[in-house]
Design a protein around this ligand. Structure first.
Ligand code: F6R
Length: 360
């Protein structure tokens, strides 16, 4: 039940400190610098040559985040839209691990990609929320994100849990392949264990409602980010268009000047995500939009240089670049939610959409 909340979406956004704590519980030991993924003994991923992540929609954005995390860890990885997999799959061999990222475990496009990968001889794994789902039954292995039921059609808490799960998977594969994680694992895991509290702070202190009101009457809403901020920009835009019915697009920050800048006017606010990866370049890209009159809303910590430059600010606590996007994403979920609420949209059941898409 929604309880004190007007919408499941708001309830599920607010649940993220708990759902993330559940995702990492028993799986990380920050002191020992260890990641334990249930069925996977040490060395279980030692023969992984490359990783392909297949998914749709919001889960694809998590998959893209995961692919960047894997590549950061030195592993060859790519995210492919599951509905493109049958026409554009990268080559597969018996050292390819194909990971189907799917909240419901029932998305037809994703199941189809999983079956094609299996038939091509790949090892398959699903990262899913639903125990007993088709993906969980059909893949060779499953990792459950333990986010709890998600009722709102717009995926929120499952996205953050998928990202955390894929971040852990990246470091486990790296450890199994090379004998050590690609980063200081004690420090990454300690920061991960602090993430639920930081999300709580974002939820308590967010000015997203004021921002949503401020830019209520605009024409289009743009979201930009670089590196791990890029999938978050795509996700920010998808959520926004899905529940407000307003036009929104996400771009890699550096792409803005290669075309989309032609759309930028004072009526197109630009939400700029600063994930701590070449932020100075993203700031320059944002300023190019600002010069054309667009309001820029910076999503970054209070002491970030972008705060001085931007028109507005959505604050996130300081954290490492691997996790900053998740904090930014909570702010963007709240902006979309409040914008849709102001427009009186049926937030939990947007028109034309279904929670689980079981047709190709
Ligand atoms: C958007 C949304 C969809 C799903 C997509 C995949 O808010 O929820 O884009 O992410 O349909 O669904 P799953 O993860 O169940 O495979």
């Amino acid at each position: 039940a929604k309880g004190e909340y007007d919408h499941f979406m708001k309830k599920e956004i607010t649940e993220q400190p708990t759902s993330l704590a559940q995702a990492i519980e028993g799986r990380i030991d920050p002191q020992a610098g260890r990641i334990d993924l249930e069925a996977f003994d040490d060395g279980a991923f030692a023969d992984v040559g490359s990783v392909q992540l297949v998914a749709c929609g919001t889960s694809y954005h998590a998959a893209l985040y995961g692919a960047f995390a894997l590549r950061d860890a030195g592993i060859q990885a790519t995210a492919v839209l599951a509905n493109e997999y049958s026409v554009a799959a990268p080559p597969v061999d018996d050292e390819t691990l194909v990971v189907a990222v799917t909240q419901s475990g029932e998305t037809a496009d994703t199941l189809q990609a999983l079956r094609l990968a299996d038939a091509a001889g790949a090892e398959t794994l699903t990262v899913t929320n639903v125990v007993g789902s088709t993906a969980a039954r059909e893949a060779d292995d499953a990792l459950f994100i333990r986010a709890g039921p998600e009722i709102g059609v717009a995926a929120t808490k499952t996205f953050s849990s998928q990202v955390v799960m894929l971040t852990l998977l990246a470091q486990r594969i790296s450890t199994d392949l090379t004998g050590e994680a690609s980063v200081d694992l004690e420090s990454l895991l300690a920061d991960l264990s602090r993430l639920p509290d930081k999300i709580e702070r974002v939820l308590e202190e967010s000015n997203a409602e004021r921002i949503a009101r401020q830019y209520e009457d605009c024409v289009s809403y743009f979201f930009i980010g670089r590196g791990l901020g890029y999938p978050v920009a795509l996700e920010g835009a998808l959520k926004f268009k899905e529940i407000t019915y307003e036009h929104a697009e996400g771009f890699a920050s550096g792409e803005l000047k290669h075309g989309p800048l032609a759309l930028v006017t004072p009526q197109t606010p630009v939400f700029a995500i600063f994930s701590g990866q070449e932020d100075e370049k993203t700031l320059k890209n944002a300023e190019e939009a600002q010069t054309r009159g667009a309001p820029v809303i910076a999503i970054c910590p209070d002491d970030h240089p972008a705060v001085e430059v931007a028109t507005d600010h959505l604050s996130i606590p300081d954290t490492r670049s691997e996790l900053a996007g998740l904090l930014a994403n909570v702010q963007l979920q709240l902006v979309s939610y409040h914008a849709a609420n102001l427009l009186d949209r049926p937030i939990d059941k947007p028109r034309n959409l279904a929670k689980s898409v079981t047709v190709e």
